[in-house]
Design a protein around this ligand. Structure first.
Ligand code: ADP
Ligand code: MG
Length: 332
């Protein structure tokens, strides 16, 4: 049976509990259970591009590892394209691609092109298809000059682009990206985002994207799911998340000299340091009218707008919801 378009990725009550041993004194070790994923249910339709965000340790990577079949859920039901990842990991592997930003799947000592040749053989990709996909990736991810360079010599941004190409040579229907833009410079980030947007638009590749960068989500995802302590706490549009969290952006204003706090309707001064002032305003509001008014009324030298980071957006959202505290580690 194939995955229907309603639920191309389906999770029902998924749990993952890790048994861990902790040193408790010189010789004694305590066994604990860590509930990394705690009753997770969601559906992603074919062709969707979904942001999957949450604080560190929330269970994002664990979810992705279960979706690829690397880890087995402790409880619940999981289907990707109609396949149980656990039971048919190899069959599923032909239909999914995965990129872990913190870890490369490329062969460290080999030139990039050799890794691609290995992928070609491993997945038995038809020659013509392989060549087409490789050409496309090389062009769009600008890999041409890098193909003969050993992976260990690539910069982080180059390596990441190389990894993304490797994950796509076999035409996967789903692409999981776990922090693909972490540590990348602005230009590499932009290139990766543009590539993903095209891929999703042209091939309808379903994408699940974990990131710490709100701009990734803003530019790529109609839908964002927030996970905290292994539970889904938000599923909807990013604008909705800003509203729920009443998140704020910050105007950083450099004045000609030290002045009393700026008085401006719709913004409030949260910090003053010499001639520099920080003004918070609702993330859902436009900065333009504020900027115009400050420029008209104050001796302005310079100004910039800071986006809220994901951690603070989530923290504000969580503080406004009444979520039961998680049980925490259970001693065995
Ligand atoms: N192999 C493992 N053994 C024990 N605990 C783990 C293992 N993998 C992850 N965890 C724990 O599970 C929780 C979720 O981890 P993870 O899925 O990596 O979070 P995220 O990717 O959201 O930062 C964390 O508390 C982490 O320490
Ligand atoms: Mg992670």
């Amino acid at each position: 049976m194939d995955g229907d378009s309603e639920g191309f990725i389906e999770l029902d009550g998924i749990e993952k509990v890790f048994d861990v041993r902790r040193r408790a004194g010189l010789l004694r070790r305590e066994r604990h259970q860590v509930r990394a994923v705690d009753g997770l249910s969601f559906r992603v339709a074919r062709g969707e591009m979904v942001g999957y965000i949450g604080p560190n340790g929330a269970g994002k990577s664990t979810t992705i590892k279960m979706l690829t079949g690397i880890l087995t859920p402790s409880a619940g039901r999981l289907r990707v394209a109609g396949i149980d990842p656990q039971r048919e990991r190899t069959r599923l592997a032909r239909r999914i691609g995965v990129v872990f930003g913190q870890r490369t799947t490329l062969w460290w000592d080999l030139p990039l092109i050799d890794s691609y040749r290995l992928v070609h053989r491993m997945y038995r990709i038809p020659d013509k298809r392989y060549q087409e996909n490789l050409d496309r990736c090389v062009e769009l991810l600008e890999l041409g000059e890098l193909l003969d360079v050993p992976v260990r010599q690539l910069s982080l941004g180059q390596r990441m682009r190389g990894d993304i190409a490797a994950a796509l040579l076999h035409d996967p229907e789903v692409l999981y990206l776990d922090e693909p833009t972490i540590g990348l410079d602005v230009i590499s980030k932009a290139r990766v985002r543009e590539f993903l947007r095209d891929l999703n638009a042209e091939r309808r590749t379903t994408v699940l994207l974990t990131t710490h960068d709100l701009t990734d989500i803003e530019q790529l995802c109609q839908r964002v799911m927030v996970i905290d302590h292994g539970r889904l706490v938000y599923d909807g549009a990013l604008t909705g998340l800003h509203e729920v969290g009443e998140s704020e952006r910050t105007l950083v204003v450099d004045l000609e000299r030290e002045l009393p706090p700026v008085e401006l309707a719709g913004a409030r001064v949260v910090k003053v340091e010499g001639p520099r002032q920080w003004l918070a305003f609702p993330a859902s509001a436009s900065a333009a009218p504020l900027v115009a008014r400050i420029a008209a009324e104050y001796p302005l030298v310079d100004l910039s707008v800071r986006e809220p980071d994901i951690e603070s957006v989530i923290a504000r959202m969580l503080s406004r919801r009444q979520i039961p505290e998680p049980a925490g580690p259970t001693p065995l």
